[in-house]
Each structure stands twice: as structure tokens, then as C-alpha cells.
Design a protein around this ligand. Structure first.
Ligand code: PSV
Ligand code: MN
Length: 388
């Protein structure tokens, strides 16, 4: 099957941002596993991220997490990325690791801790100015564990105040992207638990604030594609953090647990105009590869996103609209399922070959010798990982 020109254009434009932290060691609260060849610094993380793009043509940018990716010279890090054919993307703030944040960051009852958290974000914006990044992504670990522990409503006011100070420091070309999560690390309530709360803060902040939807951050059974449709409708879908989950925030390979859900999400992105260049939706991965190799794990992930995008683009929009208008329940469902069941792997392999990319990026990476080279040469030093 050859994709029609409109589908080709969308596939051509598709870019998926990879997270720098996917290349470091990771694990669960039980164990962080070390793997051979893991980067010792952000420069090596960028080199690994560049491999994903080199083999797939899909991942031209890498998101950083501060302070995990602190370096003395961010302009040099950006140059390093450019020299390897990629760019630095979203800057993720981190107010969940310091002891001071035990009771929260910008929602904390202590004004000195709130200021510390705001200052961290201002530092992140300084970094964005150096790297040329457009987006500051904020995920707050703030919340409480016990009813009565703190005043939930007062905490919302503090969050609004802190976000406003951060937002006001952004340059006119920069955006604040606010991520939500319904539980963890706090278990009674989170201060930004859902898309509605994130949306309410974004609207209050201004046009350059938008919601980040992490696919692992919802209660089981949540209709995520409905949220996608709604946020696109409201013009506030800023970005995705793609991953997949069986139980909680598993951070598994996107599309691995439920490819059909990924297809449904991509279908709503398409219907809502989210693939248009001016839609402002950043498609990012937020994953950890605890037991599998990291670079191939990332290659598999971007291919999964591409595959479900291609299938979603095959939905016969006219036929679907006609069936929906006619109230043809089974017909409409069949049109959608026809696209989902279409195997696009052969067509995508051809599409890659036509562009000078390997038809099978997974085996091309294995054959490239990069993995054995990093395992041989990255000796000594401190491997990157959670908290490092
Ligand atoms: C929180 O669970 C989260 O999804 C946020 O995006 C963080 O920045 C990221 O994970 C850290 O891995
Ligand atoms: Mn996330």
C-alpha cells in the first residue's frame, strides 16, 4: 500500500521528542538497575538520543530535566546536539527531589520554600534562553497524604501565585506547559490532579500556557482520547508525555500495553487538527527502560507512535462522517476498526527506505555496533540515573 499524499505530508512532518532521562539508569522504588554503556553525563545522553533519530528520522529533539542535565555551558550542549543532527527541546523542571519539598514546592505553606521552587523555574527559563528551547514543562509533585494535612484551597491559591511569577518571566516566544497527575507521590490529593485543574490554571495565566497530557497519569479506564479531543477543541493541548501503563504510572514503552488506545488518541489528534504545524502540540515520550536496553527501547517507542499515527491517518474521514450522520452505529465503528486493523509496517518500511533510512531501524541499530562501542568505552565515572 502506498500512502496518499496527504498522509505522506503528515508522516513527513512528524517529530517525536525523546527524554534525556530515558537513557540513564532507572528502576522502581525497589531497585534501580545499572546497565552497561549508560551515559555518564548529558553530552553522552544526547549522543544516545541522536541514535534514535539517525535510525528512524522521527526524533529530532531531546527534552532535558533540570537539575539532572545541568552543565556548565548549555550553548555548548546545544552545539553538541546540533553537530549530531538533533536539537534541545523542552526543559522540564524538577521540584520533587530536594528534602525541602517534602510538603510541596509552590504549594508549600512555607513562603521560603515556595520562593525556592519559583527560583528553580526562573533558572530553568535562563537555561531555555541559552538552549533556544520554547517550552518549560512543569510537573508538580505537590499534594497531601492525609485529609486535613493542609488547606487544599489555600494550596490552589499558592500554586496560582507561583505559576504567575514563573509565567511572567517567560519570553514572548516561550510557553509554560502544565502537566497533571492524579496520584503519586501524594496519595490523598494532588494539587494538579487532572486536565481540568491544569486547564483552569492555564487559562488564568494567559495564551502561552497549555496542558501536558501524560498518558500514564489517569485513573484506570479513563477515556484519554476524550481529553485529547476536548483540549484540542479548547486550544490548550500543549504536549503529550507518551508512555504506556498496565497499572499506574508504569512508564512503559508507548503503545506496548494498549496499541488500540494509542490509535484512538492519534485519531482524535488528527480529527482535532493536532498534526497541523501551527497546532502547537509537542509529541514527547516520558519513559524509563528499566529491564530492556534503552536506545532500542526508544527506537521501538517512536516507531510505535509512527505506526499508530499512520493507521489513524487511514481512517476514511468522509465515510466515517457519513455513517455518523446517518446514525449507522455499526458502520461507523467498522470504518474506524478497518483503519486500526490495517498493517502499515511494510508501507512504513518502504517509506523509510525512500528517505535513505533503514527499513528496519531495530536491526539496523543492532548491526551498527553503537551499543557494543558504548559498552566498551564508557568505563569509569558515575552513570546517569535517578537523582544524579
Ligand atoms: C511524573 O510522574 C513525570 O511524568 C513528570 O513528567 C516528570 O517530569 C517525569 O515523570 C520524570 O520522569
Ligand atoms: Mn510525564
Amino acid at each position: 500500500m502506498t500512502f496518499d499524499p496527504e498522509v505522506q505530508t503528515t508522516l513527513e512532518r512528524q517529530s517525536i521528542e525523546v527524554p534525556s532521562w530515558a537513557y540513564g539508569n532507572s528502576g522502581t522504588r525497589f531497585k534501580v538497575f545499572a546497565q552497561p554503556g549508560v551515559p555518564r553525563d548529558p553530552f553522552e545522553k544526547i549522543a544516545d538520543a541522536a541514535q534514535v533519530h539517525a535510525h528512524t528520522g522521527l526524533a529530532p529533539s531531546v527534552a532535558l530535566h533540570i537539575p539532572w542535565d545541568e552543565v556548565d555551558d548549555f550553548a555548548k550542549l546545544a552545539e553538541h546536539a546540533n553537530s549530531l543532527g538533533i536539537e534541545l527541546g523542552t526543559i522540564n523542571s524538577n521540584t520533587f527531589q530536594d528534602d525541602e519539598y517534602r510538603l510541596g514546592s509552590i504549594a508549600n505553606a512555607d513562603p521560603a520554600i515556595r520562593q525556592r521552587a519559583v527560583d528553580h523555574h526562573l533558572r530553568c527559563i535562563d537555561i531555555m534562553d541559552e538552549t533556544g528551547s520554547n517550552d518549560l514543562k512543569i510537573w508538580l509533585a505537590d499534594g497531601t497524604n492525609y485529609p486535613g494535612q493542609d488547606d487544599m484551597r489555600a494550596r490552589q491559591e499558592r500554586v496560582a501565585e507561583g505559576l504567575t511569577e514563573i509565567y511572567n518571566r517567560l519570553g514572548s516566544h516561550q510557553r509554560l506547559v502544565l502537566e497533571y497527575k492524579f496520584f503519586e507521590p501524594a496519595f490523598y490529593h494532588m494539587d494538579i490532579p487532572d486536565w481540568g485543574t491544569s486547564y483552569a490554571h492555564c487559562v488564568a495565566l494567559g495564551d502561552r500556557a497549555a496542558v501536558c497530557l501524560d498518558t500514564g497519569h489517569h485513573a484506570p479506564g479513563t477515556n484519554i482520547e476524550f481529553i485529547v479531543a476536548q483540549l484540542l477543541r479548547l486550544g490548550r493541548l500543549g504536549s503529550f508525555d507518551f508512555n504506556s501503563r498496565f497499572y499506574a504510572d508504569d512508564d512503559l514503552i508507548v503503545g506496548a500495553a494498549d496499541p488500540f488506545q494509542l490509535f484512538r488518541i492519534m485519531h482524535e489528534v488528527n480529527v482535532g487538527g493536532g498534526f497541523a504545524p501551527d497546532a502547537g502540540v509537542v509529541f514527547m515520550l516520558d519513559q524509563c527502560h528499566n529491564v530492556e536496553q534503552k536506545i532500542p527501547g526508544q527506537i521501538r517507542s517512536v516507531l510505535n507512535v509512527q505506526e499508530m499515527t499512520a493507521r489513524a491517518l487511514l481512517v476514511d474521514a468522509d465515510a466515517l462522517a457519513a455513517a455518523q450522520r446517518a446514525g449507522d452505529v455499526l458502520g461507523a465503528n467498522e470504518i474506524l476498526m478497518d483503519a486500526f486493523y490495517t498493517d502499515v509496517r511494510g508501507s512504513l518500511a518502504e517509506w523509510r527506505e525512500e528517505r535513505g533510512l533503514p527499513s528496519d531501524p531495530m536491526s539496523a541499530y543492532e548491526a551498527s555496533g553503537y551499543q557494543s562501542e558504548i559498552e566498551r568505552t564508557r568505563q569509569g565515572g558515575q552513570q546517569a540515573g535517578w537523582g544524579v
